[in-house]
Design a protein around this ligand. Structure first.
Ligand SMILES: N[C@@H](CCC(=O)N[C@@H](CS)C(=O)NCC(=O)O)C(=O)O
Length: 199
């Protein structure tokens, strides 16, 4: 299978991390967003939303949306529980990630880390801080009670949220006030097969 992505993007890194943890054979195809490579006619034919990550299976079937790709690839693995309620708890955190975490932390990081905090986007960047801290506080509360977001073991919920949380400082978020999150980041980094964002 092929994975179209950018290793600096948290949404794409989620897939890279899962593929490494499960040792899934794949071809990684680097896509440069800033060079407009998600907007070419050829790419838009594969994903009309013009976004990465994008999965292309050997038979040509395509799948976009990082968390959908994770759920597809993790089927039958230790990262996706079988019990309906436990599975829904994973989804609960993945929806939280897309609605309450990524739009603040990933966007602030994009403005600061990718674009170099240009003056015309400073206001937007500042406006992202409160929402980002709100999301981190929700995670901190859970992780002070359980080692992983859904309980005692690592699931896709952790991988989805690890992606942008471990680089939150690049969006201006200081994790010093979140000890449970910092301990959880270390637990994820100790998983056998773990790969970092740059490797
Ligand atoms: N909800 C999508 C978001 C994907 C997304 O925002 N991708 C960004 C990179 S992180 C992208 O492709 N941006 C290029 C563009 O929108 O033109 C997911 O989780 O996969």
């Amino acid at each position: 299978m092929k994975i179209y992505g950018d290793t600096q993007s948290g949404n794409c890194y989620k897939i890279k991390l899962l593929a490494a943890l499960l040792d899934l054979p794949h071809q990684w195809i680097d896509i440069d967003i800033l060079e407009g490579e998600t907007r070419t006619e050829e790419f838009l034919e594969k994903n009309p939303a013009g976004q990465i990550p994008l999965l292309e299976l050997e038979d040509g079937r395509l799948l976009s949306e990082s968390n959908a790709i994770l759920n597809f690839l993790a089927e039958g693995s230790r990262f996706l529980p079988e019990d309906a309620y436990d599975r829904a708890r994973v989804l609960q955190w993945q929806f939280f990630e897309q609605y309450s975490h990524e739009p603040y932390i990933a966007v602030a990081r994009f403005i600061r880390h990718y674009l170099g905090l240009p003056e015309d986007r400073r206001e937007e960047y500042e406006a992202k801080q409160e929402g980002g801290h709100r999301a981190l506080s929700v995670m901190e509360k859970q992780l002070a009670m359980t080692p992983y977001l859904t309980g005692q073991s690592t699931t896709l919920a952790d991988l989805s949220l690890y992606a942008y949380t471990h680089v939150a400082h690049e969006g201006g978020f200081d994790l010093a006030a979140y000890p449970a999150i910092r301990a959880w980041l270390k637990r994820i980094e100790a998983l056998p097969g773990y790969v970092g964002m740059d490797t």
